[in-house]
Design a binder for this molecule. Structure first.
Ligand code: ZN
Length: 303
């Protein structure tokens, strides 16, 4: 199981305070120092719609380039793809939303039109030397239409599977899913595609970690997480963000699944970004600490 750090993109995109490009670069450096090797660093959304990500080019110009680290840019349209290729990201993450209403509001087109556009963008991104993933947004539920059927999502998986992408992601954009939904969707997707599957989970209703474990058991290869659990949800103003990288690291490592991250350095990245954002960290491991504690002063005096 691989953790894909999305704090610099999904986390910062949904926080009120806008960090400077220098602060974002420092945050990314700390994450790379902690061992993160796939990182969604920026979004090439329209700057007037997502001002938090307006400096994507400046951020990409300053991130530490190492052979072992792959930088992902979120791409919403052709113009964004031009920017992504020019900025030097290693991967493009394209988005197709599962429901008509959300797709219209988000991209101003039908799902069918979005899939046609995605086909063109996959070709161009691949020709531009980028790896490509497609994320199916609102796969677990839609803020406008409510329940989303398995068939609706699988119809999109079927089309995307034929596009020559490197990975397919299912996103619980509004954090409504449960482990049963993870098993249902991942199980159905595996009937359709051999591509590596990635899950994008939010902990909006505290089901994020249970969902992550269900994903592990269902054979998902990668999980998105944000350090500190930063990032809210634009459709639920007081909601918490993604599942937290450090809490997910604890869950997986203590379950015998190595993710290759330095825990103390992860906490340093979380402390840095939450201090800059001026928010309390939703993640719990920074407060509770790892177990067993390596040096617990009064361990012997407790019963
Ligand atoms: Zn998200």
């Amino acid at each position: 199981m691989k953790i894909i750090e999305v704090g610099p993109r999904d986390g910062l995109q949904n926080e009120q305070r806008i960090l400077s490009s220098e602060e974002k670069i420092t945050y990314i450096e700390l994450l790379v120092d902690a061992g993160i090797s796939r990182l969604e660093a920026v979004s090439f959304a329209r700057p007037d719609r997502v001002p938090q990500m307006a400096d994507a080019e400046a951020v990409m110009a300053g991130v530490p380039r190492r052979d072992s680290v792959s930088y992902i840019g979120l791409v919403m349209n052709e113009r964004g793809l031009d920017r992504a290729i020019a900025s030097g990201v290693d991967e493009a993450n394209l988005v197709v939303v599962a429901t008509e209403t959300f797709c219209q509001r988000n991209q101003g087109m039908s799902v069918r039109e979005a899939l046609r556009g995605t086909e063109k963008m996959v070709e161009r991104a691949t020709a531009g030397g980028l790896s490509v993933s497609v994320t199916i947004g609102a796969a677990f539920g839609c803020p406008f239409e409510g329940e989303v059927s398995t068939q609706q999502v699988m119809d999109i998986v079927t089309v995307v599977d034929q596009l020559g992408v490197d990975e397919i992601a299912l996103a619980d954009t509004i954090g409504v899913g449960t482990p049963v939904d993870v098993r249902r969707l991942v199980g159905a997707a595996k009937q359709i595609t051999q591509k590596p599957l990635r899950l994008h989970l939010h902990n909006t209703r505290n089901t994020g970690y249970a969902n992550a474990f269900a994903a592990l058991e269902a054979g998902v290869s990668s999980l998105d997480a944000s350090s500190g659990g930063i990032g809210g949800c634009p459709f639920a103003p007081s909601a918490t963000g993604n599942i937290a990288t450090e809490d997910l690291t604890y869950l997986l490592e203590r379950s015998g699944v190595s993710v290759g991250l330095d825990f103390d350095r992860l906490l340093a990245a979380s402390d840095f970004v939450t201090a800059k954002l001026g928010i309390a960290t939703p993640a719990l491991l920074g407060r509770a600490g790892w177990f067993p504690a390596p040096d617990y002063p009064d361990a012997l005096t407790r019963d």
